[in-house]
Design a binder for this molecule. Structure first.
Ligand code: DC
Length: 229
């Protein structure tokens, strides 16, 4: 069967990753979470004194970029890929509020984007990949055969994130999360390099009121439509 590239972009906390992971498993494709890569660079910056208060030591981060090696390895227990930073599993540490609050300015740095986009293009060069992020359909794989742009209301996204953190036993405030969601939307949409926007040929999916099963069915319909074209 022919292999295609599937680009899933959209706002934060839309359930993009879960959707993309499930779709990849269903169709036997590789899954790449590009947000995890930006988060891993942010964690590296936090752990290596690259943040000075609110400021980022851009020169230091740029010099360190060649030493930041990000990879994914399948976790046999969860059946899903975990994120590794320089051979250490950082899957949990990149999902904390501390990293969420700091990632947008890191993801806005052109040299960070350039390095990670290159790596993402290498990972998807043989097709058969589901990649989720913000700029996959616009910048990383503008020729992807199937592009989906996911959205949901900020309030619903904040509630989902809150439930996720609570389930992991992390302290969280719904107001703080809603503020973080809105702030990230703003930074992601207004940054100079690869701002978050829907590619012209992307299908819009507003999943505010969809169940997981309804969403899955819709995705499989789109996949089959493209594969059988
Ligand atoms: O999807 P996420 O919330 O894990 O993404 C973390 C951050 O990385 C978010 O602020 C947007 C940014 N990002 C990006 O700029 N480009 C991507 N392809 C993926 C994520």
């Amino acid at each position: 069967m022919k292999k295609i590239t599937i680009a899933i972009d959209g706002f934060s906390s839309c359930g993009k990753s879960t959707m993309a992971k499930d779709l990849a498993r269903e169709v036997g494709y590789i899954y790449v979470d590009t947000g995890a890569m930006y988060r891993a660079v942010t964690l590296y910056a936090l752990e290596n004194d690259i943040f000075q208060g609110e400021k980022i030591d851009v020169e230091k981060l740029q010099a360190e970029m060649p030493n930041i090696c990000i990879s994914f390895r399948l976790n046999p227990e969860t059946g899903r890929p975990d994120t590794y930073l320089n051979d250490i599993c950082v899957e949990d540490r990149i999902r904390t509020m501390e990293v969420s609050n700091r990632v947008s300015p890191i993801a806005a740095l052109p040299f960070v984007r350039e390095a990670l986009v290159k790596r993402q293009q290498e990972m998807g060069k043989d097709k058969g990949v589901v990649m989720d992020g913000r700029d996959i359909g616009t910048t990383v794989f503008p020729d992807a055969e199937l592009k989906i742009f996911v959205t949901a209301s900020p309030e619903i996204r904040a509630q989902r994130r809150y439930d996720e953190l609570k389930a992991k036993g992390e302290e969280a405030s719904l107001e703080e999360i809603l503020e973080n969601v809105k702030q990230r939307d703003h930074i992601d949409q207004t940054r100079a390099v690869s701002p978050l926007r829907q590619a012209e040929d992307a299908l819009l999916l507003d999943n505010s009121l969809l169940t997981i099963a309804e969403q899955k069915q819709w995705l499989m319909e789109q996949f089959n439509r493209v594969i059988n074209r």
